[in-house]
Write a protein that binds this ligand. Sequence first.
Ligand SMILES: *Cc1c(COP(=O)(O)O)cnc(C)c1O
Length: 351
Amino acid sequence: MKKHNFSAGPSILPQEVFQKSAEAVLDFNGMGLSLLEISHRSKDFVAVMDEARAIVKRLMNLGDGYEVLYLQGGASLQFLMVPFNLLRINGKAAYTDTGTWASGAIKEAKKIGEIDVVASSKAENYSFIPKDYSIGSEYDYFHCTSNNTIYGTQMKTFPNVDTSLVCDMSSDIFSRVLDFSKFDLIYAGAQKNMGPAGATLVVVKKEILGKTGRNIPSYLDYQIHIDKESMLNTPPVFAVYVSLLTLQWLEKNGGISTAEKRNEAKAKLLYDEIDRNPLFDTFCVPEDRSLMNVSFKLTDENLKEKFDNAWKSAGISGLNGHRNLGGYRASLYNALPIESVQVLTDVMMSL
Ligand SMILES: *Cc1c(COP(=O)(O)O)cnc(C)c1O
């Protein structure tokens, strides 16, 4: 039986995407060859890369000023590539520290130049999203993390800043309607909501590049990846193809706005049960609750064994919380059906 998969990442993808990617591994486009054994410069794969880049712009409603790249190294390498490409020599950048990933981005950026942490919820164990700050033009860019995969908080709005707006959207990309044209650079590891591990999406507004005065190593230079149409070297062909299938599934099923409605319904179902049931609680303030990663805990630790046995026997997988926080985490990514959330809330109700 197929499990109800709440894993935080790598995570659930649409079943039809698994099916189609399995077929492509055996025989791609009826070529008599596997997707995995053809040249990335072949016509068939170039078409995959072109469409994988184009569909992102369509879904995000972005124009010619933006470029889409599929890189390797995960979101973690973007922690470094962002300052390399956007931070001027002797310039400075502003960051918010809203969780483990945000603080990882800060740590790496500090190795490149001057970073101001303009707002942080670290002292309160990342239980809220700080909102009270302003960013002026003295900064080369402002970096934020839209969704805190571990602590279960999410930015509901984004500040108006007087500089480039950069966002790590790894765990909520394509989950809700946003004005993407407000952002100058968006990045995301594919493995949370748009594909398998191995590809990293970067969407960048071209006009912000080339201003740092740095001699950027080629592999870390967005402009070189843009010039090479995301094929500077062998791209992660399988991860790009499966990401394309996932985004095609999204587009076919009504795009981001329909996904957002499904995600809101799933999150409401689960948060309503957490709020109703005295045996459960979240870690964060209600107004900043994430629609994607619902981190929660038992109010009575003595019930742990009983609850763990109950959800496991209900066919649920991937519900354990992150090691930094403990408790439980239900990740409600686009591909998770609401039926799986219903199974979980039924287990919670009967505890
Ligand atoms: C998972 C995650 C990362 C790390 O992604 P990798 O692709 O494993 O490097 C970074 N930021 C956020 C918000 C994440 O959820």
